[in-house]
Write a protein that binds this ligand. Structure first.
Ligand code: PLP
Length: 441
């Protein structure tokens, strides 16, 4: 079922949080919803650029592909990392130049390659001989980056799945590409998503430099290094630390400024831009060993936008009065909105919340990355709607860009209005099929 994109509210003096409270206090909102704060994403982008002035951003849309965010990224003139034809389609629909997209999937079925070629894309990655042969056949004019594996301490270890071995495979692959007449323009790596070992980027850059040297010795030339994503999203001090290591390594290994350095951050840009608000469908109190336990059934869940929980993610009860922050806390179990008994939210975390009623709302901050994009259609449960908001100041900066349509935007919004409903249309039944199993009570 295709989802309606809620219009972006332009805020004059109000905050994203004011809008959430407005929607809830309006009294008509019943389903879970997100607020997406485009200023937050903008601040992240600007901070990233300031910290690593040499690195050009190709936003990884897999982390959050909500159209207003993609439009912001396009309006700011950044590139995109797409991993599937579906993502390429979404970005090209915004009239983005196909040369500012990298198809950063090292394993592509032939039909994906022909799709990319027909769409005017030029850049992609590879990590195997098998892929090179397919590229020769289906996309011979592609310009490629060799994807190498870089060890890291990451929550999502992409190196287990992708990337050739730098020691044993990379050089043979570069020679093979040359003998097939395929142009290799650079080296790519991804240290893994949620990467805690910041020196992994430094190792990746060292290996990239060795491969640049190998190519130069072989009479070939590379000019692009792609340092991937994996940047942490919780606090900016992490990017401070990792960026200074990257900048030093770039100076050491790639002092020649004609070498283009790109990155594919996803989580870092999108994560803190979205907060999820869920209503409470039902509550129960049980006693276990003399302790009261708060059991809540909420309007989103594991099959919606709450599949993953990173260790910095939390939940709280939306405070509507200041005295609420002195309430007693109880151990709490939160169940999602499907009928699956495995649909428990934050299953590995001890959650403590005040006693809640079905009139309360829960707040899940830092839920922009890899949240609703993992939503499944299990049990036809609907995903929360997303309300994007932007400050008047930022809107004035980007509204001249062709990517925005005045139809996308509401200035002076009534923030107490509920989100567009996610419920399916009610079917007006005119023909009753004959059935033997009518309930006749
Ligand atoms: C090739 C590639 N680039 C970029 C990303 C984005 O990573 P992150 O969101 O951790 O920055 C991913 C994530 O899987 C990826 O596979």
């Amino acid at each position: 079922m295709s989802k309606q994109i809620a219009k972006t509210y332009v805020l004059n003096g109000l905050t994203a949080n004011d809008v959430a409270k407005g929607i809830i206090s309006g009294g008509h909102q019943t389903e879970a919803f997100f607020i997406q704060d485009l200023d937050d994403a903008y601040r992240r982008i600007e901070y990233f650029k300031r910290k690593m002035p040499r690195v050009q951003i190709f936003y990884a849309i897999k982390s959050n592909d909500n159209v207003p965010l993609l439009k912001l990224v396009a309006a700011l003139g950044l590139g995109f990392d797409c991993a599937t034809p579906g993502e390429i389609y979404k970005v090209l629909k915004l009239q983005v130049d196909p040369r500012s997209i990298i198809f950063a999937s090292p394993l592509k079925p032939p039909q994906w390659m022909t799709y990319a070629k027909k769409s005017g894309l030029l850049y992609s990655t590879f990590d195997s001989s098998f892929e090179l042969k397919k590229i020769k056949q289906y996309w011979p004019d592609a310009r490629l980056l060799i994807r190498i594996k870089v060890d890291s301490n990451s929550v999502y270890r992409l190196g287990d799945k992708f990337g050739c071995d730098y020691e044993t495979e990379a050089i043979d692959l570069l020679d093979e590409a040359a003998s097939l007449g395929i142009k290799v323009i650079g080296v790519a790596f991804h240290v893994g998503s949620v990467c805690f070992s910041f020196d992994s980027y430094v190792n990746g850059l060292r290996m990239a430099k060795a491969l640049f040297d190998f190519e130069a010795k072989s009479g070939r030339h590379m000019s692009v290094v792609d340092i991937g994503g994996g940047f942490l999203s919780e606090k900016n001090t992490d990017i401070d630390e990792v960026s200074s290591l990257i900048n030093i390594a770039l100076e050491e290994h790639f002092p020649d400024k004609t070498v283009q350095i790109i990155a594919e951050p996803g989580r870092y840009i999108s994560d803190s831009s979205m907060v999820l608000y869920t209503s409470i469908n039902a509550v129960r109190w049980v006693e276990k060993n003399g302790e009261k336990i708060n059991i809540l059934y909420i309007s989103d869940g594991k099959y919606g936008s709450l599949q993953y929980t990173e260790k910095w993610q939390t939940v709280s009860k939306l405070e509507r009065n200041t005295d609420e922050n002195h309430e007693d806390l109880y151990e709490t179990i939160i169940w999602g909105n499907s009928l699956d008994s495995a649909d428990r939210v934050l299953p590995d975390i001890k959650v403590y919340l005040p006693q809640c009623t079905p009139q309360d709302w829960l707040v899940f901050p830092i839920r922009g990355a890899y949240s609703y994009v993992f939503g499944s259609m299990f049990a036809s449960v609907q995903l929360p709607q997303i309300r994007p908001v932007i400050s008047m100041e930022l809107w004035k900066k980007i509204r001249g860009s062709d990517v925005f349509d005045p139809e996308d935007i509401i200035e002076n919004p009534d923030i107490t209005e509920p989100m567009p409903s996610n419920l399916p249309k009610v079917i007006n039944i005119q023909i009753h099929l004959k059935s033997n199993v009518l309930i006749n009570a």
